[in-house]
Write a protein that binds this ligand. Structure first.
Ligand SMILES: Nc1ncnc2c1ncn2[C@@H]1O[C@H](COP(=O)(O)OP(=O)(O)OP(=O)(O)O)[C@@H](O)[C@H]1O
Length: 591
C-alpha cells in the first residue's frame, strides 16, 4: 500500500505545463543529467555481465557451447569487468547526479531568495508562511530526489531490463517472450491496482489536511480545551478527520485487494521461476529446447522483476519532481514589485491620498476614491466597522499592494517613484501580529536601526516603557526571544516593537492598534509609548477602541471601502452619523 500511496497524485491536466516547467528549471544541468543517465544505463547493463557469465559457463558445462578453459576464463573476465564497470559507472552517475543537484538547487535557492526580496509584501500576506516554507523545503527536496536519485534509478532499471531481455532473446526467443509475458502481466495488474489511485489519493490527502488543521487548532487552542473539558467541537473535528482518513484507506485497500495481491504474486521471483520451469521443461521434453539453454532463464529471467519496482519508484520520483518544479516556477514567475527607473526622494513627509481606489481581485473595489492629507506632526485615525477597508488602506502606504486607481504621495512624490528602500526606511510599521525573531531582546529592538549602540537600544526601550520589563527577564537584554516564548505578554511584545520603531526614527508611523484588550496598566503603558513614538511625526493609526484616538487631529471614518465622514472627535459626534453611533455603542459596551 505504501507504494500505492506514493503513486500518481495528479491527473493529466497541466501535465504538459509541468513537464515544461521541469525542463526549463533543469536547463542549467541538462548536460550533466544526460551524462548521469548514460552512465547509469551503461552501469546497469554492465551489471548483467556476471549473471550472463554464470549462465554461459553453466551452458558450456552442460555441453551446449564451447567448453575450452580459455572460453571459461574469458567469461570469468567478462563477468568481473562487468561488475567493475557497474560499480564505477553507477558510482560516477550518482556523483554526477549529486553534483548537478547541488549546483542546480544552489541556483534555484538563490533565485527564490532574490525573488522573495522583490515580491510585494502583500504577496507574503496572501500566501502565508506555510506555502513559502513548502517551496523552500518540500519542493526542493522533491527536486533533489528527482535529480540525484529518481532519474538514475529509472534509466538504470530500464537499461537493466532491456539488456536482460536482449540476452534472453539471443538464447531462445520463445522462452524470452514467455518471461516477458509474465512481467507484462505484472505491470498490467499493477496499473489496475493503481487505476483509482488519483481519486483515493486526493481523498487521503484531503483527510490528512483536515487532520493537520485540526491538530494545529487543537494545539493552539489547548488552553480552551483544558478549560472547557476534553470534549467539544475541536475533538469532534479531529475525530471525524481521523475517521475519514481511516475510511479512505480501508476503501482503497478493499478495492485493490485482488489486483494488489495479483501484482504481488506475479512480481514474485517464485512465480517467474515456476512459469520458466514449467514452460522450459515442456519445451525440453518436446526436444524444442536444450537443457543448457534453460539455465540462463533460471539465472536471469528470475531476477528481472527486481528491476520493476525501482523503475516504478523512479517514475513516481519524476512525477513528484514535475509537480515541485511547477510550484517553484510559479513562485519564480510571480511579478516583482515594479521599481522606478528614475527614483525620487521625498521632500517632506506629508502623506497625501489622491482619489485612491483599490481592488484585491481586479473586479470588486475594496476602496473607492479616498482622498485625504496627513500632515507631519499630526495623528490621523482610520476608523470604521470590521471589513470597512482600514487595514487595506494602511497597507497601501508601504506598497504591500499598489493602488489600482489614484495615487499616494509622500512629500509630493508618488510612492511608486521611490525605491522600496527609501519608502520603507521612511516609515515605521507597528502591526498587531508582532513578529519577534529568535534572537536576543537587544537584537530584536536593533532591527529598527542596525547601527544603533546598546545604549541607544536601551534608550528606545525606556521611551517605549519596556526597559523595566526587560531588566526583569532572566538574562535581561541578552534573553533570547522567539516564537512561542512565554516571557512577554501581548502588550509587552507590542511595546518592544514600538521600541524598534522609536529607534528607527522613521518620520512616518503606520500602526494598527491592538484589538486584544490589555489590562489598564498595560494599556496606559502602550498609549504612553505610542505618544513618544508619534511626537513630531506623520502618524496614521488604525483604531478599534475609539477612546484611544479622541484627541486625533483628524479621524477618517470608512464604511464599505468609502470615506463616509471626516473630522475631529467632537465634530463627528455633533454630526451624529456612523462615528457617533460607533462611539455610543462602545461607551455603552464599556459601561
Ligand atoms: N488579502 C486579501 N484578499 C482579498 N480580500 C481581502 C484581503 N484582505 C482583506 N480583504 C477584504 O477586503 C475588505 C476590507 O478588509 P480590511 O481588512 O481592510 O478591513 P478592516 O476595516 O481593516 O477590517 P478589521 O477591522 O476587521 O480588521 C474585506 O471585505 C476583506 O474581506
Amino acid at each position: 500500500m505504501n507504494d500505492m500511496l506514493h503513486s500518481s497524485t495528479g491527473g493529466e491536466n497541466g501535465q504538459l505545463a509541468k513537464s515544461d516547467a521541469l525542463w526549463r528549471l533543469l536547463r542549467p544541468v541538462h548536460l550533466h543529467l544526460a551524462w548521469c543517465a548514460i552512465l547509469s544505463a551503461i552501469g546497469a547493463a554492465a551489471g548483467f555481465a556476471p549473471y550472463i557469465a554464470v549462465a554461459e559457463i553453466a551452458r558450456m558445462m552442460l555441453g551446449a557451447g564451447e567448453t575450452s578453459g580459455s572460453a571459461v576464463w574469458m567469461w570469468v573476465a567478462i563477468g568481473a569487468i562487468g561488475a567493475g564497470v557497474r560499480l564505477l559507472f553507477i558510482f560516477a552517475s550518482s556523483r554526477l547526479g549529486h553534483y548537478a543537484d547541488a549546483a542546480l538547487l544552489h541556483d534555484v535557492r538563490v533565485r527564490i531568495v532574490s525573488k522573495l526580496g522583490v515580491l510585494p509584501l502583500g504577496w507574503f500576506r496572501a500566501s502565508g508562511s506555510g506555502a513559502i516554507k513548502k517551496r523552500m523545503t518540500n519542493d526542493l527536496e522533491e527536486m533533489h530526489q528527482l535529480i540525484a536519485h529518481a532519474l538514475g534509478e529509472l534509466v538504470g532499471a530500464g537499461a537493466a531490463m532491456i539488456t536482460g531481455f536482449a540476452y534472453l532473446l539471443l538464447v531462445d526467443w520463445r522462452m524470452a517472450l514467455i518471461s516477458m509475458a509474465v512481467l507484462l502481466l505484472m505491470v498490467i495488474s499493477y496499473r489496475i491496482a493503481m487505476r483509482s489511485a488519483t481519486t483515493h489519493m486526493s481523498r487521503l490527502l484531503a483527510a490528512e489536511g483536515r487532520i493537520s488543521a485540526a491538530s494545529v487548532e487543537y494545539a493552539d487552542g489547548i488552553a480552551v480545551v483544558k478549560a472547557f473539558g476534553t470534549g467539544g467541537r475541536m475533538n469532534e473535528r479531529f475525530g471525524s478527520a481521523v475517521k475519514e482518513h481511516t475510511n479512505a484507506m480501508l476503501d482503497w485497500v478493499k478495492e485493490t485487494t485482488y489486483s494488489s495481491a495479483a501484482s504481488r504474486l506475479l512480481s514474485s521471483e517464485m512465480t517467474v521461476l515456476g512459469v520458466v520451469m514449467i514452460a522450459g521443461l515442456a519445451l525440453v521434453s518436446a526436444d524444442q529446447l536444450a537443457m543448457a539453454d534453460l539455465l540462463p532463464f533460471l539465472v536471469i529471467a528470475v531476477g528481472l522483476p527486481t528491476s520493476i519496482m525501482p523503475a516504478i519508484q523512479g517514475g513516481q520520483g519524476i512525477r513528484k519532481g514535475r509537480v515541485a518544479a511547477s510550484n517553484i516556477e510559479e513562485l519564480l514567475q510571480q511579478p516583482a514589485l515594479p521599481e522606478p527607473a528614475h527614483p525620487k526622494q521625498p521632500a517632506s513627509y506629508r502623506v497625501e491620498l489622491n482619489d485612491v481606489s483599490f481592488s484585491y481581485d481586479g473586479s470588486t473595489e475594496t476602496l473607492s476614491s479616498i482622498s485625504a492629507v496627513c500632515e507631519p506632526g499630526t495623528v490621523t485615525a482610520l476608523v470604521g466597522p470590521s471589513g470597512a477597508g482600514k487595514s487595506t488602506l494602511a497597507s497601501l502606504l508601504p506598497r504591500f499592494y499598489d493602488v489600482t486607481g489614484g495615487s499616494i504621495t509622500i512629500g509630493g512624490v508618488d510612492v511608486r517613484d521611490m525605491t522600496s528602500e527609501t519608502l520603507l526606511s521612511s516609515m515605521s510599521l507597528v502591526f498587531q501580529d508582532v513578529i519577534l525573531l529568535r534572537d536576543t531582546v537587544t537584537e530584536n529592538i536593533r532591527i529598527g536601526r542596525q547601527d544603533a549602540s546598546d545604549e541607544e537600544v536601551r534608550e528606545a526601550a525606556r521611551a517605549a516603557h519596556i526597559h523595566h520589563v526587560i531588566e526583569r527577564l532572566p538574562q535581561g537584554y541578552d534573553t533570547v526571544l522567539g516564537s512561542g516564548d512565554g516571557g512577554l505578554s501581548g502588550g509587552e511584545k507590542q511595546r518592544l516593537t514600538i521600541a524598534r520603531a522609536i529607534l528607527s526614527g522613521a518620520p512616518i508611523v503606520v500602526l494598527d492598534e491592538a484589538t486584544a484588550s490589555l489590562d489598564p496598566d498595560g494599556e496606559t503603558a502602550v498609549q504612553e509609548a505610542l505618544a513618544k513614538l508619534a511626537t513630531g511625526k506623520t502618524v496614521i493609526v488604525i483604531a478599534h477602541r475609539l477612546h484611544t484616538i479622541k484627541s486625533a487631529d483628524q479621524i477618517l471614518v470608512l464604511n464599505g471601502g468609502r470615506l463616509v465622514e471626516r473630522g475631529k472627535h467632537e465634530e463627528l459626534l455633533a454630526k451624529d452619523g456612523l462615528y457617533a453611533r460607533m462611539w455610543n455603542a462602545q461607551q455603552k459596551g464599556e459601561s
